[in-house]
Design a protein around this ligand. Structure first.
Ligand code: S3P
Length: 437
């Protein structure tokens, strides 16, 4: 495994105009829907990070011809819902939970057997949340004893639709079940405890598949239809933009425009939370691109204050909390997060790892069972271990904008899973970051 350390000298401000890479959630789904559609799907703005490439390679391994990515352009020769072929071996999905949860839904409906595996982080993450409802749909999937990958999927089952209330707010599980629903007899109906990202629903509609919305939280799909290829333009990822929204908010003198960012309302919790803390974020030129709302975001430095984060915003900002904790560390007063136990089962235990990292930089932060309490203060220099979690590494890199001494961040190679080119883009905007192999 590559070892990569980030070294950040106390920096000034973030300024200029930047475009962060394509949306990870949409890029994964674009490959999956393009592969399962009839016809040729062309994608622009595709994220060529390691996670989405894992999805792309898995579909290639199942016989789908895919050209690219070449500067964000991918061309997929769809094989139709029943055209995938048995892969020659296990499908290695690397660090990517989205690939594993969504693809288990697809593979449960195939005529062939398959095995899904991944790296040390992914094979520790909970998979029963997807395999149990798929089993109710009569899929046959075996996990390890702890309910973890590798997943052994026994194909050739006749799936049936279920009516399923999701126990946790998870777009990955909702999406995996909708994808299995494409192969099931009858209706698959899913109710969420709180709204989560709806890219799967939007893409199903874009690929011409009929979906029923029974309420804001209930979505239903019938098997037996087909997907029709369509061109897709993937917006820049708001989860990647989040590091820069936080960085510019905390660094005096900052004035940064982030271009063509996806502002789907199921993803904009980070903007809402930062604004509640006093951030100055403007949404410029809002428009629609490929069925998703996008805009340019202008962010300028503003003094932040601590808040109690509304629990309703948690699923809408679920990936942005590591960055938001850095904002809280620079804010005046206390920030309290509750209702976010899900953060403990991401690429790392993001509550524990962030609390330890903040403590290493002399910020008083205490982990709780389902959240964290952070007392704003002065960030010192120091060494932080990202535990191989891309979002933790990038969040602490932004802390360098306000730290009183240099920050060293260990184990940063996984930044490439979601944000290839992060170091260059951050340097261009004004962060004094060096990479040390
Ligand atoms: C994702 C859903 C979220 C998020 C992940 C991407 C998706 O996971 O954390 O990065 O693309 O559906 P959960 O569904 O586990 O909350």
């Amino acid at each position: 495994m590559t070892i990569l350390t980030f070294f950040i000298e106390p920096s000034g401000a973030l300024c200029g105009q930047s475009r962060v890479p394509g949306d990870k959630s949409i890029s994964h789904r674009a490959i999956m829907f393009g592969a399962l559609a009839d016809g040729i799907t062309t994608i622009t703005g595709f994220l060529d990070g390691e996670d989405c490439l894992a999805t792309l390679n898995a579909f290639r391994a199942m016989g789908v011809v895919i050209a690219g990515p070449d500067q964000g352009r991918v061309t997929i020769h769809g094989v139709g819902l029943h055209g995938l072929q048995a892969p020659a071996g296990p499908l290695d999905l690397g660090n990517s939970g989205t690939s594993m949860r969504l693809m288990s839904g697809i593979l449960a409906g195939q005529a062939f057997d398959s095995v899904l595996t991944g790296d040390a982080s992914l094979t520790r993450r909970p998979m029963r949340r997807i395999t149990e409802p798929l089993t109710l749909m009569r899929a046959q999937i075996a996990t390890g004893e702890q309910g973890t990958a590798p997943l052994q999927i026994h194909g050739g089952q006749r799936l049936i639709g279920i009516d399923y209330p999701l126990p946790v707010a998870s777009a990955q599980i909702k999406s995996g079940l909708l994808l299995a629903g494409l192969y099931a007899e009858g209706m698959t109906r899913i109710t969420e405890p709180a709204p989560t990202r709806d890219h799967t629903e939007r893409l199903l509609a874009g690929f011409g598949y009929l979906l029923r919305r029974d309420s804001e939280r209930t979505v239903a799909i019938s098997g037996g239809g087909h997907l029709t290829a369509t061109p897709l333009d993937v917006p820049a990822d708001i989860s990647s933009a989040a590091f820069f929204l936080v960085g510019a908010s905390i660094a005096p003198g900052s004035d940064l425009v982030l271009e063509h960012v996806g502002i789907n309302p199921t993803r904009t919790g980070v903007i809402d939370i930062l604004r509640l803390m006093g951030a100055d974020i403007e949404i410029l030129n809002p428009r629609l691109a490929g069925g998703e709302p996008v805009a340019d975001l202008r962010v300028r430095h503003a003094p932040l204050h601590g808040i109690r984060i509304p629990e309703a915003l948690v699923p809408l900002a679920i990936d942005e909390f590591p960055a938001l904790f850095i904002a809280a560390a620079c804010a005046e007063g206390v920030t309290v997060l509750t209702g976010a136990a899900e953060l403990r089962v991401k690429e790392s235990d993001r509550i524990q790892v962030m609390a330890e990292g903040l403590n290493a930089l002399q910020i008083a932060a205490g982990a709780t069972a389902d959240g964290i309490v952070i007392q704003g203060g002065t960030l010192a220099g120091g060494t932080v271990n990202s535990h191989g979690d891309h979002r933790i590494a990038m969040s602490f890199a932004m802390a360098g904008l306000r730290a009183s001494g240099p920050i060293r961040i260990l184990d940063c190679a996984n930044v490439n899973t979601s944000f290839p080119g992060f170091a260059d883009l951050a340097r261009d905007a004004g962060l004094k970051l060096q990479e040390q192999a």
